[in-house]
Ligand binder design. Structure first.
Ligand code: PLP
Length: 383
């Protein structure tokens, strides 16, 4: 299979030191040495969520497994959910909730615009029976960052538990689990956390646990009660229900420690600086970002095509002529945008400069006179 530079919105390119962790001889997923490693990894995870009150788990599986576990675990007692969506992943969680026949209301926002906390407040005011709200923090399909802090505050006021998908944002955007009053947060190893896919970090607040405990739901693996039972009852030797991907866990321990060594705030600032510099350079190249600056994510930039070259042609040329893989538009945005991921190890000047240079060449080759973006990109990052 041909090798490409991964600049898709996850999975990201992995540092060789991280890959080396996975190449080490396999270890057992139980026993005192393992429990020490597992516990240490959960502690790092809690620091990245910025939670002391919450419980953390690392569930083997993709981010979607973590989200499905959060949704089904809170769905007891025929509780009503409010599903917030302004993109492909918001729509996915509606499908998941519907598949469990959870009673729900939907608040749909425009694709490419952030959700409005006042509209969430109106929806919760209109229907006082809503107990759970589901939100995507960074909507990877459009590059929009939703106002998590403000929506979490609204949920608290209406005593609703907020489940938030931070698959594309944990480690790349500011998130304060305890301070903002998040109910359940879910992420994935393959984005800003700089690991291969396969582990879903989950954090659960005491308030979310209280609601989980009040309603019984079917299911075993995706039932968070099972995870808590094992943590309590088998905590000293096997604190999780299933066989863990031990190499991946070691890799994640390493990358999370690196994020904390860099400093969480500094790491988020790095993502923000790279995203801003990239958006500015794109504009110089005549490529308009899909999302305006004040609503854009730090970790994914969606770009409209050029007036004289469609988005799909640009993405194809990046792949075929420059071996750089970017994402395309999903569903209603198919063919209309391409998406560049700058997450974790790729949220750097070194990783993004080749993308800017390649875009310059692609446009020039198509006969488009461009103002060059690489110089300003470097200057914006102090190079
Ligand atoms: C915002 C968001 N949520 C959820 C997912 C699904 O993650 P996974 O493919 O790990 O299930 C993705 C994947 O790209 C995502 O970007």
């Amino acid at each position: 299979m041909k090798r490409y530079r991964l600049r898709i919105p996850g999975p990201v390119e992995i540092a060789s030191e991280t890959l080396a962790e996975m190449a080490a001889p396999l270890t057992a997923h139980y026993g005192s040495e393992w429990v020490e490693l597992y516990t240490e990894t959960l502690e790092l995870c809690k620091r990245i969520w910025r939670t002391e009150r919450g419980t953390a788990f690392l569930m083997p599986g993709p981010g979607s497994a973590g989200m499905e576990a959060a949704i089904v675990s809170l769905s007891g007692e025929e509780r009503k959910f409010l599903m917030l969506t302004n993109g492909f992943f918001g729509d996915r969680w509606i499908r998941v909730a519907r598949s469990y026949e959870i009673p729900l209301a939907v608040l749909e926002g425009e694709w490419g615009r952030a959700l409005d906390p006042d509209a969430v407040e109106q929806a919760l005011k209109r229907d006082r029976t809503i107990r759970v709200v589901v939100l995507v923090h960074g909507e990877t399909s459009t590059g929009v960052l939703n106002p998590l802090r403000e929506i979490a505050a609204v949920c608290r006021r209406y005593e609703a538990i907020l489940i938030v998908d931070t698959v594309a944002t944990l480690g790349g955007e500011e998130i304060a689990f305890d301070e903002w009053g998040i109910g359940i947060g879910v992420s994935a190893s393959q984005k800003c956390l700089g690991c291969p896919p396969g582990l879903a970090p989950i954090a659960i607040s005491p308030e979310a646990w209280a609601l989980i405990e009040r309603g019984r739901v079917p299911g075993w693996y995706l039932n968070l009660r099972t995870w808590r039972e094992y943590a309590r009852e088998w905590g000293s030797w096997h604190p999780h229900p299933v066989t863990m991907p031990t190499g991946l866990m070691r890799a994640l321990r390493r990358t999370m420690a690196e994020i904390l060594d860099e400093g969480l705030d500094r790491c988020v600032a790095r993502h923000m600086e790279v995203a801003r510099a990239l958006r500015r350079s794109l504009l110089l190249l005549g490529l308009e970002p899909f999302v305006s600056d004040h609503e854009a994510m730090n970790t994914v930039t969606a770009v409209k095509g050029h007036a004289h070259l469609p988005a799909s042609a640009i993405a194809r040329a990046l792949k075929e002529e420059h071996q750089i893989l970017v994402g395309g538009g999903l569903e209603r945005l198919a063919g209309q945008i391409f998406r560049i991921g700058h997450m974790g190890p790729t949220a750097t000047y070194e990783a993004m400069l080749p993308v800017v240079l390649a875009l310059e060449q692609v446009l020039q080759k198509a006969g488009i006179a461009v103002q060059l973006g690489a110089g300003p990109f470097a200057a914006a990052l102090g190079r």
